[in-house]
Design a protein around this ligand. Structure first.
Ligand SMILES: [Zn+2]
Length: 279
């Protein structure tokens, strides 16, 4: 072996050593968290989510804020530099007195924009529920729990976690963590694959019945899951659907008293992913 080759080998070795020892570049700077109320720890009745500002509703919002706090802490421990948390529940659920430091909290309606855009590196969904019709899905629904909406995109029935991820895919943003009941976690793996981390905070027995996991355990699992999700981020891909989307929607007509009437159907095309919720 010539001296030159030996020298070359040493140089390559040094280069590998330098690469292995170097800290991995911080890619995941900005995380967007979408939230919902139905999938929070301790929430299992519609009376907790539908009737704004009642004692059970305020308590449920406290439960959600506790879940969010655990996720914010976990994301930061995993390297997140900037975190935006969006209040995604219809009637809004944030309690500012319980905001965990290290994130910004966006709430109130209507808003000019959600804050989700191409500057975000990943989307996290906290407090989610399974799609309408899931037998073991706690408080399961898609958009409207009363009119029992259902949506199909290119023939695939899709719930709210899929809908959020489709909009995020417009900006090239992948889902990295979804939290909710066991049915939500199953739906997540089916739609987004194995790399997207899931954390279950309860197991559904029926739409308004559940086996609840204690807060101390769920908050620990949420922290660990969020930290793990940051490590999984490079392996996660945006959830993409083919455009134009062939869309179908089904829902029940409701009368003035909210009593279910005729089943309605609508079909059409969605040309822009940002218009998903307009259909
Ligand atoms: Zn929802």
């Amino acid at each position: 072996m010539s001296a030159r080759l030996v020298l070359h080998g040493v140089c390559v070795g040094l280069l590998f050593a330098a690469l292995a020892g170097a800290p991995t570049p911080a890619k995941a700077q900005k995380i967007y968290i979408e939230t919902d109320l139905e999938g929070a720890s301790g929430v299992y009745k519609f009376s907790q989510t539908r009737e704004k500002d009642t004692p059970p509703n305020i308590e449920a919002c406290e439960f959600l804020m506790g879940d969010i706090a655990a996720v914010v802490r976990g994301l930061r421990a995993g390297g997140a530099k900037e975190i935006i948390v969006s209040d995604g529940h219809g009637s809004q659920a944030f309690l500012p007195r319980l905001m965990e430091p290290g994130a910004k909290y966006v709430t109130g309606k209507p808003r000019p924009s959600s804050g989700l855009d191409e500057t975000c590196d990943a989307i996290v969904m906290v407090g989610c529920h399974a799609m309408m019709g899931t037998p073991d899905g706690v408080l399961c629904h898609t958009q409207s729990s009363k009119s029992e909406n259902r949506y199909w995109y290119n023939g695939v029935e899709t719930g709210e976690i899929g809908q959020s991820a489709i909009v995020a895919s417009y900006y090239g943003v992948p889902p990295i963590l979804v939290t909710g009941d066991e049915a939500t976690c199953r739906e997540t793996k089916k739609f987004f694959g194995e790399h997207c981390v899931t954390v279950a905070v309860k197991r559904g027995l029926a739409r308004e019945a559940a086996e609840l996991y204690p807060f101390e355990e769920t908050r620990k699992a949420l922290f660990e899951g969020a930290k793990r999700a940051m490590a999984e981020l490079p392996n996660c891909k945006p959830y993409q659907v083919k455009l134009p989307i062939q869309a179908k929607k089904e829902w029940y007509e409701l009368d003035a008293k909210g009593v279910k009437g005729k089943l309605m159907t609508r079909e059409g095309e969605i040309l822009d992913l940002r218009d998903l919720y307009k259909f």
